[in-house]
Design a protein around this ligand. Sequence first.
Ligand SMILES: CC(C)(COP(=O)(O)OP(=O)(O)OC[C@H]1O[C@@H](n2cnc3c(N)ncnc32)[C@H](O)[C@@H]1OP(=O)(O)O)[C@@H](O)C(=O)NCCC(=O)NCCS
Length: 191
Amino acid sequence: MGPRLREDDSGETLVLLESHVTLRDGEKVLIRPLKLEDAALYPDFLAEVTADDLRLRFFAPMREVSYDLIDKLIHYDPKYAMAFIAIAEASGRMLGVVRLHDDPGGDGGEFAILVRSQLKGHGLGWLMMKHMIAYAQEKGLQTVHGQVLAENTTMLQMCTELGFYVTDDPGERGVKVVTLPLHELPALAAH
Ligand SMILES: CC(C)(COP(=O)(O)OP(=O)(O)OC[C@H]1O[C@@H](n2cnc3c(N)ncnc32)[C@H](O)[C@@H]1OP(=O)(O)O)[C@@H](O)C(=O)NCCC(=O)NCCS
């Protein structure tokens, strides 16, 4: 079943209900909106994300993610942004995160995704992308798009398989823009 949205107490914010998924290796994973308390899970998660994967995500070499950046990632404004965290149901560990920020004044959203490095290739990135896309569809966005380094062939291939088209970023050399027109897609079940 695809995700369903509901209004929060103020009647304004879209909230995606949680999804339970199973990875290729049988691991059971909960995907749910990121909460403030999840800040506590970030250090363990980031400790197991390689410097190379951090660079693929943030486009800049960084040895570690600063407290300030974690704070910023956690404190997103749900009116204009959403983030989903993936948690291993058995251990409670954070396995990945995908976020979607509305374009200012537009009807699209920009995503970014990061999966625990040791877990790459188990199917989680794909499931989180589908979760994010289904959310964007339900929210009524026209497109989702993201910036991907040209060397990031895994991500570019995954996006192509998901139906994104790939273009050069006119503003940044070595960067591709992946765009998925949502109105051309049938309503997606999240998984
Ligand atoms: C890019 C990234 C998110 C991918 O996540 P992942 O969990 O390793 O990806 P998955 O295992 O779901 O998918 C990868 C592969 O399976 C394919 N795949 C996965 N599930 C699939 C499914 N159900 N059906 C068809 N294809 C599937 C993908 O196309 C890809 O193929 P490959 O393994 O043959 O190369 C992860 O590597 C990462 O965090 N990288 C660092 C950060 C980054 O690059 N972010 C992107 C820029 S924002």
